[in-house]
Design a protein around this ligand. Sequence first.
Ligand code: ADP
Ligand code: MG
Ligand code: MG
Length: 881
Amino acid sequence: DIFVYRFEEGHARGDGSQKELLGGKGAGLAEMARLGMPVPPGMTLTTEACRSYLEHGFFPEGLEMQVRQGIAWLEKRTGRGFGDVDNPLLLSVRSGGARSMPGMMDTVLNLGLSEDSVEGLARQSGDRRFAYDCQRRFVQMYTSVVMGVDDALLEEVLVRHRRRAGVDDDHDLGWEELFAISEAMRQKAVEVTGRDVPRGPFGQLWGAVEAVFRSWEAPRARAYRKLHRMNGGGWGTAVNIMVMVFGNLGDESASGVAFSRNPATGEARPYGEYMIATQGEDVVGGRRSPGPLGMEEEQHGGMAAMERLMPEQYAELCGYMQELERNYHDMQDVEFCVERGKLWMLQTRAAKRTGQAAVRAALEMCEEGLIDEEEAILRVDPKLHLERALHRQIAGTPPEPIARGQAASPGAATGEIALSSERAVERAEKGKSVILVRPMTSADDVEGLHAAVGVLTAQGGLTSHAAVVARGIGTPCVCGVGELRIDEDKGGCYVGDAFFEEGERITIDGGSGKVFGEALELNDPTITGELKTFLKLADRYRRLEVRVNVDSNEEAEMARKMGAEGVGLCRTEHMILESSEAVRAMRQVLLSTDWETREQGLNALVDYQRQEVAQILRTMDGLPVMVRLLDPPAHEFLPGTAAGRKSVAKVLGISEEAVGWRVDALRETNPMLGFRGGRLAMVYPQIYEAQVQAIVEASRQVQDEGVRTRVEIAIPMVADPGEAGHLIAVINDAVARHLYGLSREADVAVGVMVEVPRAALLAGELALEADFFSFGTNDLTQLMWGMSRDDASRFMEAYRDQGVLSEDPFEILDRAGVGLLMRQALKQGRMVYPQLAAGVCGEHAGEPHSIRFFEALNLDYVSVSPYRVASSRLAAAQAFI
Ligand code: ADP
Ligand code: MG
Ligand code: MG
């Protein structure tokens, strides 16, 4: 078996398409090598080798041999010897799985160096400080990554020596100090682990390769995969062993990261950061602020741009990035290094980007002819780029900011300051909005970053860990705020001179980089500019209609701005719960003991619903509006406490005791399967009749104003075709009674929710009665699985952890089970009544995988929550392509 794939400038065994085998990094290196770009020679150990190692606990047969042959080849190519005392060959050992897990897996640089060869490196490079800098970096990374010594202990050594030498920056440490630091770190490792750093180069190499393989199973890598649902496919990490090139070899050397387009805005101009005389890790590590790539990004008093200090290398780098874009037809993110004036390419991958950047880059790449329209539509991720990236903005004119940093991930966020990830998680679990405020973040902060509504850091730029992760998950982020200083002892942070205690509320704007010292009001997102153009383009490739679930007119207004094509679900019980008067009227209906009071309550309900529905009809201006008749969890309307009962009794003018009896009579053992939906109208048809009256009158009123209306009335929770037929007759009678002059064509359709499995099974008979089906996939899933959605989180995790279920059926539609039933129901229904209209409401309707399935089912529409309208328009287009 071949476990080792070599690459060098001009040749490679592998190529960019082999991500599963070579990992993303290995595939990118092979592709760049094939394109003839200056990549240091090296080899990739396949993910297959990793899988075999993880399974058996030792290297697969042939691997060591192939690596040794590869090393001999590298020695020949470079004219250096691995472990040679006078002229050592140094290597980097880097992990890289099929999908990128930023900062999660580990890298060891300068491997092959030892006390024996460091002087040789010094002589050969003519720079002793450089040689000891490499030594220090190697020892630190090796002891941490391979030997598992706590980073904090190693950092402590560094800090102690810095302090002793009276410097802030490692740059100002001389070689003697660097040597002392390496020794101290080595001793620390011996102390902690009882083992020494191997002196022999192969000992180092095998140790590093094993560590990379094992890092796949490290808790934080597992946590990351779990968080990102990366449990299917692409198992194991590849290892890249490549010749070191040195960005830390004097002032004509540098390391950096660059994007072929701006990852925050999408602007088609290279964007990046670099640092003179450093090795790669320092740039993202955020100890010192890096300089910008292009001169336009130069900041007053900041470091000069690469374009200014290294114009030739800058131009060369930009050329490669362009070529990579043409090759991959996508925006790239690269790592590079300049060693004494020579540019080297170290990594390339598709760039992570904000929603704004994704949309703009897709449109512009399409205009440039790099991709076609379909491809442009597929390039934007509905969830990642639209759903979360359609961000909130500060309402009105904001006050003066208290500080400014880099605009790292767009959107505004208001929340309480949390100074650690643990506390961010804690507070978020209590339902608080938190802003995570840190000097900088690392892989250990991932959970805090996910829990926070916003992220604020003192150090680092657009490529810092915080910025990369925040953009990845669509959380607003401002980073590199110079005036921000965290004071753990005082339990707060300083912004300039102002002190903020942990828990105080602040606002950040990740689109402008501004920080405000108070909670500001935020506005909901809008669709303008490029996003509008992009969604219009996507609409041309879409068949499924996208409607919205609303309970109020405000939601309807917002949904129309997002492009909703109608209301697919208006829950009257939610509508009622939003108004205390309506709730009182409802209680009157449920609890009163005499007909007169009950009818008063009903009339009040009719008045209230007429107004609400009329407003929604006006807003939807001729688009279909589906109103679902009452599906009450009756207990939600009843007074829970003695005090509540007392006040209800007073309002209703009956005794507290009587209220108590009624409440007891209505109490249910299992409300989810209780007196709800159509059953309610079997007992109290007056309630549905009153609702229908309200809806029809609203429609007439709005029509009188000259606005067209299309109304659909749905009955929830029906289980039996006979039941459906009976209730539809009740409704039709009421419609006829209240229509007066209007014809039946005044567009009132009467249909049913298909959410009880029995109804779905008897869909053929149901379609004889109903004008339309609306699949309520939340209830359908609960009832088919026999699993309460509100309680499932307790045990669902166990199913996923043990690989029994890969998806949560409440999140992604269970195509195998629930989907099968839907398919049959639709087929039977349309056999009986070919014009049967059908849509889905429920959480699944806005979830891209499920939308793909609904498209295949040939449903007419999906109905989603307001903030998912835009993303669902895109997902539906993608499903059709
Ligand atoms: P990560 O996936 O965390 O970015 P990498 O494997 O890319 O880790 O490497 C960490 C840093 O080391 C990067 O900045 C990279 O550019 C640098 N690096 C990796 N290999 C080499 C090499 N052969 N020569 C010089 N720098 C390297
Ligand atoms: Mg990297
Ligand atoms: Mg339901």
